[in-house]
Design a protein around this ligand. Structure first.
Ligand SMILES: Cc1cc2nc3c(=O)[nH]c(=O)nc-3n(C[C@H](O)[C@H](O)[C@H](O)COP(=O)(O)O)c2cc1C
Length: 209
């Protein structure tokens, strides 16, 4: 039976600090009933091990199960692709979703995307998003930024990508790390045009939950 999910969104986690942003984004997309296509770089696995209590296997089939358990996804809602799975739909303009988010985005992947390296499936999928003029959102986390990072961000912005730094605000008076994570994830969902109740938009009052 064909699934009834909303259109797929590609989410790639790379090896910058802030794995929680990407994992929470997957959870929120699942909750919003979207299909989610996931890629996790080798370095991102190391960051996830360092920063969270979640243990994620590398093999795509097992990763689907683990992310499904973590997010409460229905069967078929999450698909995962390996580093060099060049036959994956994200590797071609004819199969790639309308939107891709790299969250968090390492400066290494930022540089590779800005220069079109396409040395792994994450970089290739981003290259496809750019060439097809699809939505590409990058969530870099580094501090301070070098001229190299800033120049790559500028050229990506000029190519139509959105640079959405992992720099949460504090005007919503966060009381936990989860509040800070949700601040960034809410911004990503706003960009994607996906409804959420993570935090009120500017000028709105807080949801009554
Ligand atoms: C625990 C940990 C934290 C890291 N934090 C960052 C970071 O915040 N920003 C960044 O650009 N790279 C960071 N790195 C380095 C990247 O993981 C490294 O450059 C890697 O080659 C990126 O590969 P990828 O883009 O294929 O994931 C971190 C690495 C580790 C192990």
């Amino acid at each position: 039976m064909a699934n009834d999910f909303k259109p797929p969104v590609t989410v790639a986690l790379t090896g910058a600090s802030g794995a929680q942003y990407g994992l929470r984004l997957i959870e929120c997309l699942v909750a919003a009933d979207h299909e989610v296509w996931v890629m996790i770089s080798k370095a991102a696995h190391l960051v996830i091990d360092t920063e969270t209590d979640i243990s994620l296997p590398a093999r795509p089939e097992r990763l689907v199960e683990a992310l499904g358990e973590m997010s409460g996804a229905r069967a078929g809602q999450i698909r995962c692709f390996a580093r060099e799975d060049w036959m994956a739909p994200v590797a071609s303009g004819s199969g790639a979703p309308a939107s891709m988010v790299i969250c968090p985005c390492s400066t290494g992947t930022l540089s590779a995307v800005a220069t079109g390296a396409s040395n792994n499936l994450i970089e290739r999928a981003a290259d496809v998003a750019l060439k097809e003029r699809r939505q590409l959102i990058l969530v870099p986390r580094e501090t301070p930024f070098s001229a190299i990072h800033l120049e790559h961000m500028l050229s990506l912005t000029r190519m139509g990508a959105v640079i959405l730094p992992a720099a949460p605000g504090f005007y919503h008076q966060p009381s936990s790390v989860d509040d800070l994570i949700d601040f960034i994830v809410a911004r990503i969902l706003n960009q994607l045009g996906i409804e959420h109740r993570l935090m009120p938009r500017w000028g709105e009052s807080a949801p009554s939950t």
